[in-house]
Write a protein that binds this ligand. Structure first.
Ligand SMILES: Cc1cc2nc3c(=O)[nH]c(=O)nc-3n(C[C@H](O)[C@H](O)[C@H](O)COP(=O)(O)OP(=O)(O)OC[C@H]3O[C@@H](n4cnc5c(N)ncnc54)[C@H](O)[C@@H]3O)c2cc1C
Length: 468
């Protein structure tokens, strides 16, 4: 079986930076990513983006070009289109690529699998014509596609970023229905650090909001009692804002309530997790270098807790430097310098996490609202299960099948944990989540049948010189 000193999962800013740094220290390094090209979420398809597209998506996006180029030149083995579906306790990594599953092993693992958009259960969200704001951006980044009759519903920096990118592309959204309670702006401003870096982020956000206002996009603030309406497909959104009832029609409704760590790999590895009340999500418990309770496993980037692209890149480098330090390399002050830069980049978080906490309606959906889309389980059915004494998500799963569908609980895990905890009068704790088992993503049975562990198909991976 091919062995690498360092394996990285994810080619976003965190993973690419980790692989670049790891290869720089002479470690044999392999990086797996399920996408066809490097870039992750933020720098998706940046390598071949036209000057026009770079203009539409902005400087932050364009800055990904140099990172991708550095990664390509790093000497790390890069496996695009490779989905990691299992990781063994000895860090044997099973991945599927080009219809074949293979296995390699690694001395250290850097999990840089990023974030996912927070599921937003609400009435009508399962209707055709309802997508996430991130999906709109993926269509724009990867395919240059924009639906110009879309209403954005929810809250968070990404929602304003996508609408401002659409405006630059000459296609403004039909409306923005924001769910942030007006009073929360005051509370959040009190959490704003006057650090230069934080002010820079604040100015970027304000510019995006101003772009929507200047383009004449109707913006509804403090929206509540939101429901997507339609027969057979989404036709309109109804809600109350400023004491008034509104019903807006459109062809596409894009939901967004922020992003949360993608926990699939860290839960599979049974790493320790804790509930982060500020980000209202589960985060892995890490030491100050990003190492997990499972040794030689590092979690970096938004998968470690939401910090954004710059933080992701710094954390990626930090993990690889830490592995180098462990291997006896002289890293000098490089680690301390990184920690300083990281804390500076994080100064804006308290403000953002307060302002863009998910709306109460999404965290505690109405009884009739579907929470598990795969098995069509409603919030009410989960509450009833708790009322008859079902203690936690895994027992709810056994009883109701929620979390057993093709998404493996990605869409309902967080909501189910919150609904159960609330019904029990508390908030979720680290263990309150589905047990995640392989395969992490659906895999053809034939591929699983023809995969028997160590007999790796050498055409899948290149031989790897070891560090020593
Ligand atoms: C849809 C979406 C759009 C976003 N757009 C922006 C934006 O425009 N600007 C911005 O500042 N922030 C954006 N963000 C926030 C984004 O999370 C961060 O800015 C940044 O991309 C985080 O970097 P990362 O390296 O941690 O993870 P990511 O960039 O998310 O990269 C993680 C990579 O891991 C891959 N992966 C995950 N699991 C597996 C697996 N099992 N096997 C193989 N590969 C796997 C993913 O496909 C992805 O390519 C977006 C987030 C989302 C969810």
């Amino acid at each position: 079986m091919t062995h690498y000193d360092v394996a990285v999962v994810g080619a976003g800013p965190a993973g690419m930076s980790a692989a670049i740094e790891s290869a720089r220290w002479g470690f044999s390094t392999v990086l797996f990513d399920e996408q066809a090209a490097p870039g992750g979420q933020i720098y998706r398809a940046v390598e071949h983006a036209s000057p026009q597209m770079l203009g539409v998506l902005g400087d932050d996006y364009a800055s990904g070009k140099s990172l991708v180029a550095e990664f390509r030149d790093s000497g790390a083995v890069y496996l695009p289109g490779a989905t990691v579906w299992n990781i063994g306790s000895e860090l044997q990594i099973n991945f599927s690529r080009l219809g074949t599953s293979s296995e390699v092993s690694a001395g250290s693992l850097i999990v840089a699998s990023g974030a996912v958009e927070r599921p937003t259960p609400m009435p009508g969200w399962t209707l055709p014509g309802v997508v996430t704001a991130g999906a709109c951006q993926i269509l724009l980044k990867a395919h240059g596609l924009i639906d110009d009759n879309v209403i954005f519903i929810g809250s968070g920096p990404l929602l304003w970023l996508i609408s401002s990118q659409m405006i630059v592309a000459g296609r403004k959204p039909t409306a923005i229905v924001e769910t942030v309670p007006l009073a929360r702006y005051g509370v959040a401003l009190r959490k704003l650090s006057l650090d230069l870096t934080a002010i820079k982020y604040l100015r970027k956000g304000a510019a995006m909001m101003w772009a929507a206002k200047r383009a004449g996009v109707p913006i509804y603030r403090d929206a509540r009692e939101i429901a997507i309406e339609g027969t057979g497909r989404a036709e309109a959104v109804s809600f109350h804002a400023n004491g008034q009832y509104h019903r807006l029609e459109a062809s596409l409704f894009a939901l967004h309530q922020g992003v949360v760590p993608n926990q699939q790999i860290t839960r599979l590895l049974q790493c320790e997790h804790e509930w982060n009340q500020h980000q209202r999500c589960f985060v892995p418990v890490l030491d100050s270098y990003g190492e997990e309770s499972v040794s030689n496993v590092f979690v970096v980037g938004d998968g470690a807790g939401i910090g954004g692209a710059k933080v992701a890149a710094l954390q990626g480098r930090r993990a690889a430097k830490r592995i180098a330090q462990r291997a006896g390399e002289e890293v000098g002050t490089e680690l301390a310098d990184l920690q300083t830069r990281l804390s500076r980049e994080m100064t804006i978080r308290p403000f953002l996490e307060t302002l863009y906490a998910p709306s109460a309606a999404v965290v505690a959906p109405a009884d009739t609202t579907t929470v598990c889309r795969c098995e069509e389980m409603t919030a009410g059915q989960i509450r009833q299960a708790v009322d008859i004494g079902v203690p936690g998500p895994n027992q709810v799963k056994s009883l109701l099948r929620s979390g057993m569908g093709p998404c493996q609980g990605r869409m309902c895990g967080l909501a189910v944990a919150e609904i159960i905890a609330q019904r029990q009068g508390g908030s979720p704790c680290g263990a309150d989540y589905y047990r995640i088992r392989p395969p992490l993503k659906p895999l053809p049975l034939s591929e699983l049948a023809s995969f028997n562990g160590a007999s790796t198909d050498s055409s899948q991976v290149q031989g790897a010189p070891s560090h020593d």
